[in-house]
Ligand binder design. Sequence first.
Ligand SMILES: *[C@@H]1O[C@H](CO)[C@@H](O)[C@H](O)[C@H]1NC(C)=O
Ligand SMILES: *[C@@H]1O[C@H](CO)[C@@H](O)[C@H](O)[C@H]1NC(C)=O
Ligand SMILES: *[C@@H]1O[C@H](CO)[C@@H](O)[C@H](O)[C@H]1NC(C)=O
Ligand SMILES: *[C@@H]1O[C@H](CO)[C@@H](O)[C@H](O)[C@H]1NC(C)=O
Ligand SMILES: *[C@@H]1O[C@H](CO)[C@@H](O)[C@H](O)[C@H]1NC(C)=O
Ligand SMILES: *[C@@H]1O[C@H](CO)[C@@H](O)[C@H](O)[C@H]1NC(C)=O
Length: 392
Amino acid sequence: MLASLLTLASLYLVPAAVRAEPCIAFDIDWNLLAFGLDGKDWSAGTQDQWASGKASDITTSGRPPFDGANTTCYLSQFTNAIYVANADGNAPSDIHIYDATAKSWSTQSVTTGNFDPTSFTAILDHDTNVFYAASHGELYHLDMGLLKSANSTALDWVDVEALPYSSGYEPVMALAQNHIHFLDVPNTPAGNANIYVIHFNFFQPDAQSYPASSGSSFPATHGQTASFFQAVGVQEEFAFIPDDGSATYVVNVENNSTQTLAGPTTKDARATYFAGITSLVQLDSSGAVSYLPYNTNDTAANAQATWTPIPALASVAPPGSSGGISSGNSTSSASSGAPKTTGSAAAKPSGSSAASASASSTPNSAAALAAPSTLVGGVVSAMLIAVGAALL
Ligand SMILES: *[C@@H]1O[C@H](CO)[C@@H](O)[C@H](O)[C@H]1NC(C)=O
Ligand SMILES: *[C@@H]1O[C@H](CO)[C@@H](O)[C@H](O)[C@H]1NC(C)=O
Ligand SMILES: *[C@@H]1O[C@H](CO)[C@@H](O)[C@H](O)[C@H]1NC(C)=O
Ligand SMILES: *[C@@H]1O[C@H](CO)[C@@H](O)[C@H](O)[C@H]1NC(C)=O
Ligand SMILES: *[C@@H]1O[C@H](CO)[C@@H](O)[C@H](O)[C@H]1NC(C)=O
Ligand SMILES: *[C@@H]1O[C@H](CO)[C@@H](O)[C@H](O)[C@H]1NC(C)=O
C-alpha cells in the first residue's frame, strides 16, 4: 500500500517524458547552427554545404544542458551572438549566450520580476538588441545591451504595458522594420497584422493589411514566424507558418505584400523556424531539419521553391534519436529538485566560469559598442541604438 502510494507520488513528481529541446539559428556569416541536437551543438556551414558532408561538432564547455521547455534561439546581428532562452530546465530565467566569433558560451542572469520565463513569445529587436516578449497578456522588454558574453550584473525583464488585445490571445509575434507584428489577434481579419512600433512604444490603433497577389493572404490562425535577415540593416520580411503547415507566407512590410509559398513537408505545430537571408529553416519535433530556399528579389522562383532536408545535419544527428523534441526517455531531476547529472561537457557553467566570462568581456566592450556603426556604415542604426537606449 505504502509502496503503491509512493509510486503514485513519484508519477506526479516526475514528468512522464522529458524532452531535450534543440534550437537552430544562423550566425552573421550565415552558417546554420543547431544547438542541443542529439546532445551536441553543430555547424552545418553555409547553404551551399548543407546537401552533403557532415556538420561540424561545435560542442564546447559552458553550454547549457538543453533540457528546458520550448527552447528558443535569437541572432544578435551586431554582436554575432546567439541568445538562447529556456535552455536549462532548472534555470528558465537564464539567457545563455553563444559568442559565434569566439565560439564560447556564457550564462547571463536575468531578474524576472512579474515576467514568467516559462511561458512567453518573443522577438529580439534588430537595432536596439532588446527583447520584446508577450506573456500572460502583458508586454515586457529585456535590454541585452551589446552583450556577446554574460555580464556579471543581472539584467531585468521590464513590464512595458498590457497588450491591447482580448484576454486569451495566444501571441504570434513577428519582427520587421523595428515593428512587432501581432498575428491572429481576435477580430483582426486574415491578411492583416496589428503593429507595435518599438521605437515609439506605440500600439497602432488599426491593423495593417498585407494582401497577396493571389488574393489569398495569410489566415487568422496560430502559427510560427521567422524574420528574414539582410546582409546589412533591419529585417523587412518575415515568414509565417500556420500550425497546420498548409503554406508558408512571406510578408514584406516595405510594399505591404504577401507571397504564398510551399508549406513545409513536415506539418508540425511544434516545429520551430529560423530564417537567414536566402533560406527559411524548419526544425521539426523529431529533430529533422529542412529548408525552403528564398530570394527576396525573385517572387517567381520563390513560388516554385520546395522544402529540402539537410543531410549534413541528419548524417551526424539522425532525427528521432535523443535530440528530437518528441524523443526522450530520460527522467528529469528538475521537478524533484535533485542536482543535475548531465555530462561534464553539458554541465551548466559554475558561478566562477560565468564570472570569468564576464571579466574577459570587458576588453571587448569598446569594440562591441563600435560595431553597429561600422557594420552598418551609417548613422541611422547608431541613432536607433541611441534612441532605444534613451527610451529604455
Ligand atoms: C510549450 O509550448 C507548447 C505549445 O507550443 C505549450 O502548450 C506549452 O505550454 C509550452 N510550455 C511552456 C512551459 O511554456
Ligand atoms: C555590465 O556590468 C557593468 C558593471 O555592473 C555595467 O556598468 C555595464 O553597464 C554592464 N553592461 C551591460 C551591457 O549591461
Ligand atoms: C503600406 O501601408 C501603409 C499604411 O497603410 C502606407 O502608409 C504605406 O504607404 C504603404 N506602403 C506602400 C509601399 O504601399
Ligand atoms: C515587394 O518587394 C519585394 C522585395 O523587393 C519584391 O520581390 C516583391 O516583388 C514586391 N512585391 C510587390 C507586390 O510589389
Ligand atoms: C536584391 O536586390 C537588391 C537591389 O538590386 C540588391 O541590393 C540585393 O543584394 C539583392 N538581394 C539578394 C538577396 O539578392
Ligand atoms: C529509450 O528507451 C528504449 C527502451 O528502453 C531504448 O532502447 C532507447 O535506447 C532509449 N532511447 C534513448 C534516446 O535513451
